[in-house]
Design a protein around this ligand. Structure first.
Ligand SMILES: C[S@@+](CC[C@H](N)C(=O)[O-])C[C@H]1O[C@@H](n2cnc3c(N)ncnc32)[C@H](O)[C@@H]1O
Length: 214
């Protein structure tokens, strides 16, 4: 991480008031794809990491039984909570939690994250993906700044002073190393994409005894 958690939190606290009006078309396309791929069933729980002002969490709440948002910026989460109240959503809750310590140990079916994990170094991203795998979601939908080609700081979405995006290849390896299969790759821009990682139902089910021949 190129800045400390506290530095990132302070930066987003300052941005919170104007954040929702400040985003580019590619950000919106990425967020829409995350929402589309997450597609929770009515009885499923979603954990949204780096939830910010709740763009993903609030969009998924009407379809899910419960949405848990985690972030390090109180300012961003205060805005998310205000929007939940305005929208009459009572099944969504926001609280402090990081990628590597989401401070959540309940059941989770789907983990989402949009435009947030690129603040972590590649090693930290691998650690975060391993922590997420331990929560045993059936699906993890990651929208973020990620490199499909050569990194280019002159292109939008990537500022080397604060951002540390990974290549698509590194992220794909990190998912498969902890037991996910990559089931979709969406390229929004050469530096923005959405990856969908899933576990087969048998991976998390209690192993059953093989049938005995009579
Ligand atoms: C660009 S905003 C994206 C917010 C939201 N996901 C969206 O799509 O609009 C990035 C968010 O990630 C949060 N963040 C940065 N580093 C984090 C970390 N290590 N753990 C949890 N959240 C983090 C920031 O506080 C900020 O709210």
């Amino acid at each position: 991480m190129k800045k400390s958690l506290e530095d990132h939190a302070a930066r987003f606290d300052e941005l919170a008031g104007e954040y929702d009006e400040s985003n580019a078309d590619e950000y919106r396309a990425c967020a829409n794809l995350v929402i589309e791929h997450a597609a929770p069933a009515a009885d499923e729980v979603v954990l949204d990491l780096g939830t910010g002002t709740g763009a993903i969490a609030l969009a998924l709440a009407p379809d899910a039984t419960r949405v848990v948002g985690r972030d390090i910026s109180d300012g961003m989460m205060e805005r998310a909570a205000e929007k939940a109240t305005e929208q009459g959503l009572e099944n969504v809750a926001f609280d402090y939690g990081t990628f590597r310590d989401p401070a959540y140990d309940g059941p989770v079916d789907i983990v989402t994250s949009n435009f947030a994990m690129h603040h972590l170094s590649d090693t930290e991203k691998r650690e975060a993906i391993a922590v997420i795998a331990e929560l045993e979601p059936r699906k993890f939908v990651l929208g973020d700044v990620m490199f499909f080609g050569e990194p280019d700081p002159d292109e939008p979405f990537y500022s080397p002073a604060v951002d540390d995006p990974a290549t698509v290849g590194l992220l794909a390896d990190a998912f498969t190393d902890v037991g996910f299969s990559l089931t979709a790759v969406e390229r929004v821009h050469d530096q923005v994409g959405v990856l969908v990682a899933e576990r087969s139902p048998s991976d998390s089910a209690t192993p059953t005894k093989p049938a005995q021949d009579e």
